[in-house]
Design a protein around this ligand. Structure first.
Ligand code: TRP
Ligand code: ZN
Length: 449
């Protein structure tokens, strides 16, 4: 038995090579890593808001090797590494580049082999995503990057995984995370919170918020929990909160079934004024100060567009922001009888002589602005133009096919163009060329004025 195993290990050793230190994203080539795919994160952290410069973590990453690996990288910024094990055996580790944690297992990993990496770490959290809150707590959020600031991760949207959080804080504080709550336990002055998200999450949509939250729970008509958490110095708007089930119901009628098992909101008050910070943290968006129905519609629409169906790479911002922004207009149409074709025409006409308005590209907007303002301004116009071009029922058929075909996965903007043409039977090449890939106003034939 041992002989066979060591022979196998020796063979693996000969064939093994290091996993790449990035997945080669066009905008962030060093993000993520090669040689494995993650299926689950089990993140354990201990944090005391009175000592904001210290977090201790003990995170287990479950993955499968996609090549025979002599070593591989995880992404993590800051912290001191206490120990690393791979499948329970002590591994060696070193740091490289901006955020590489290089792990060399005692025995090479064979292609196809499932493995668990456990990293014990502690120290000062660094990075912009570590947002101090007015009540002394913290919200860890950020896009495109945030996860590397608190746990070792394959930090690319192209590798989604389920996410389990166990967070221990001094009793009196509350931790809110993604998904469904597990048991909360208290001992020796500390309270441990557990959150389980069993649908895959992109790394930037994972979160942890520590505050003295007031938690309000209710249920959607189908019984899924709604968990709204209001932090220190935030505003509870009963009318907005009461609209949540209707927003989910409305978006489901347009986009197909709500993809997750819970919803709600994490309302925090950032110590540094952020304007109107809001992020589509999975199942439970994070809002600064309060949430209004308009921002809730946008962030909840992201649950379908961005969270369930996620970027293939960072050129694909439009598959999230164009749709989330357009969802706000759909809500206005439903709730207030807004005439979207009319407002579309007004906006196009009032910008006809303004080249700047048309300058941003919707696909591949540029490495310096993956979430370009064009996605929010021009994006909804393109979708309204597409709706005019293919007709209402085909338009929503395309959206619903998209969310079901790619549910819990990844897809690119070019995939959306392809699906639209395929389902509608129209040649949309020039339509999309002029709306999504150009820096000037589309020609009259695609404006439908
Ligand atoms: N995706 C966010 C939204 O539209 C906007 C956003 C981009 C953001 N980067 C961020 C929010 C960083 C908070 C922090 O809803
Ligand atoms: Zn958005």
């Amino acid at each position: 038995m041992w002989k066979t195993f060591s022979a196998l290990a020796a063979t693996a050793g000969l064939l093994a090579s290091p996993g790449a230190d990035g997945v080669g994203d066009p905008y962030y080539p060093q993000d993520g890593n090669g040689g494995y795919r993650v299926s689950d994160y089990d993140v354990h952290v201990t944090y005391d808001p009175a000592k904001p410069d210290f977090l201790s973590g003990d995170t287990t990453v479950t993955a499968v090797a996609t090549q025979t690996l002599s070593r591989f990288d995880l992404d993590l910024q800051g912290f001191d590494i206490g120990s690393v094990t791979v499948n329970g055996l002590k591994a060696t580790s070193s740091r490289a580049g901006e955020h590489e944690l290089v792990v060399t297992p005692a025995i090479p990993l064979v292609k196809g082999q499932p493995f668990k990496v456990r990293v014990v770490y502690s120290g000062k959290p660094v990075g912009d995503s570590w947002q101090p809150l007015r009540g002394g707590g913290v919200s860890v959020i950020g896009e495109p990057h945030s996860a590397t600031a608190w746990y070792p991760v394959n930090d690319t949207p192209s590798d989604k995984a389920t996410f389990h959080l166990t967070a221990t804080v001094p009793t009196g504080w509350t931790v809110i995370g993604n998904g469904l709550p597990g048991p909360t336990t208290t001992s020796g002055g500390s309270t441990t919170f557990r959150w389980n998200e069993d649908h895959p999450v992109v790394s930037y949509a994972t979160t942890m918020a520590v505050d003295k939250f007031t938690v309000r729970t209710s249920t959607l008509p189908d019984g899924k929990p709604i968990i709204n958490a209001y932090g220190t110095d935030t505003t509870y708007l009963p009318d907005s909160e009461a609209l949540l089930p209707e927003i989910i119901q409305f978006l489901s009628s347009k986009f197909g079934p709500y993809p997750f098992d819970s919803t709600g909101s994490i309302v925090v008050s950032a110590a540094q004024a952020s304007g109107s910070l809001a992020l589509e943290t999975q199942t439970r968006p994070t809002y600064d100060g309060a949430f209004f129905d308009a921002s809730a519609v946008h962030e909840l629409a992201h649950q379908w567009f961005g969270d369930s169906v996620s970027f293939a790479d960072w050129r694909d911002g439009c598959i999230a922001e164009c749709f989330a922004q357009y969802a706000g207009q759909l809500w206005d149409e439903y709730k207030n009888g807004a005439d979207l074709t009319r407002s579309y025409r007004e906006i196009v006409q009032s910008n006809q002589d303004k080249p700047d308005f048309w300058q941003g590209k919707l696909y591949d907007p540029g490495a310096d602005q993956p979430l370009s303002p064009a996605l929010y301004n021009k994006g909804p116009l393109m979708l309204q133009a597409l709706r005019i071009a293919v007709g209402d029922s085909m338009f929503f058929h395309i959206l619903q096919t998209w969310t079901s075909q790619h549910r819990y996965g990844n897809a690119s903007w070019p995939d959306f163009e392809h699906l639209s043409a395929q389902l509608s039977g129209k040649d949309l090449t020039d339509f999309f060329q002029s709306w999504a890939h150009s820096t000037t106003i589309p020609p009259a034939q695609y404006l439908y004025l």
